[in-house]
Write a new protein. Structure first.
Length: 278
């Protein structure tokens, strides 16, 4: 049973979004399963991580202090991270289970983007009103705005026109400003897909897409240091720009002057942080 719980935990932690009600509820369901399991050290440490991700630091602290080994550097860091939030409760808002309202069915279906797995949660596409796509000239209820590098001004593009490549072809443009570590990618089809069939994100200095291993990474979302802590990955990411973690903790803010953009390698699952300043 423990192996099954570990597999669930590994899957959920990689895609956890603290702003997504379904993700929060799924994590609480997993928490309940682990709490009912045999209280082995493996299960208790997994429960600590789940409580930490749900920002339930008091619960995480109680369990962690019963299993931690402060001779271990990882345990020292984890203890310090939990203790910080225990000592600063005014900055803590636990992620309680959410009530989910039934979502209205969208008129336009959302295609699957290889390098943009959750474009709505990542705030790439907008919804809530009807607009006319500048490419297919159809009325759509999901769209991105000013998302293509092209000579002609383009106001709205629907997911289908981006996914098919019609938008890039029609306006002779591309969706990414530049490709980082592109020398790692030998497959030209991957490059074509990320440039011409993947929606871009919005950044201060222009959206640059990161490659890792032998492919381009998936864009996870906009982040600051707070979001990285909520995901529980402050010790598990590579930072493309080379700032220290102390510098990032002090300056990286979502919607701030130092903005983070989180990617994940499709091959090794490593998180990659790219950031820029206003």
């Amino acid at each position: 049973m423990t192996e099954s719980l570990i597999a669930q935990w590994q899957g959920q932690r990689k895609t956890f979004d603290a702003k997504n009600a379904k993700a929060i509820n799924a994590m609480h369901k997993l928490r309940e399963q682990v709490q009912k399991a045999e209280p082995t050290e493996v299960n208790l440490r997994m429960l600590v991580e789940i409580f930490y991700m749900l920002q339930m630091y008091d619960e995480a602290y109680k369990i962690f202090t019963s299993v931690m080994d402060l001779r271990n550097k990882k345990d020292q860091k984890k203890y310090g991270a939990i203790k910080y939030w225990i000592d600063n409760p005014q900055n803590v808002k636990p992620l309680s289970p959410r009530v989910i309202q039934e979502e209205a069915e969208m008129i336009i279906p959302l295609p699957t983007f290889k390098y943009m797995p959750n474009p709505i949660q990542a705030n790439i596409f907008k919804t809530g009103e009807l607009v006319v796509c500048d490419c297919c000239e159809q009325e759509v209820d999901i769209y991105c705005t000013k998302g293509i590098y092209a000579i002609e001004e383009v106001e709205y593009l629907c997911p289908s026109c981006i996914h098919s490549g019609l938008a890039a072809q029609k306006f002779d443009g591309q969706f990414q400003q530049d490709l980082l570590n592109s020398e790692l990618v030998k497959n030209d089809d991957y490059t074509d897909e990320v440039l011409y069939r993947t929606p871009g994100y919005i950044s201060w200095q222009g959206n640059d897409w990161v490659a890792h291993c032998t492919d381009y990474c998936a864009f996870i979302g906009y982040v600051g240091w707070q979001e990285l802590m909520e995901m529980g990955i402050t010790e598990e990411f590579e930072h493309f720009n080379g700032h220290t973690k102390e510098e990032l903790a002090a300056t990286l803010r979502n919607n701030g002057s130092h903005q983070g953009y989180l990617f994940q390698c499709l091959e090794c699952q490593q998180y990659i942080l790219y950031s820029d300043f206003d």
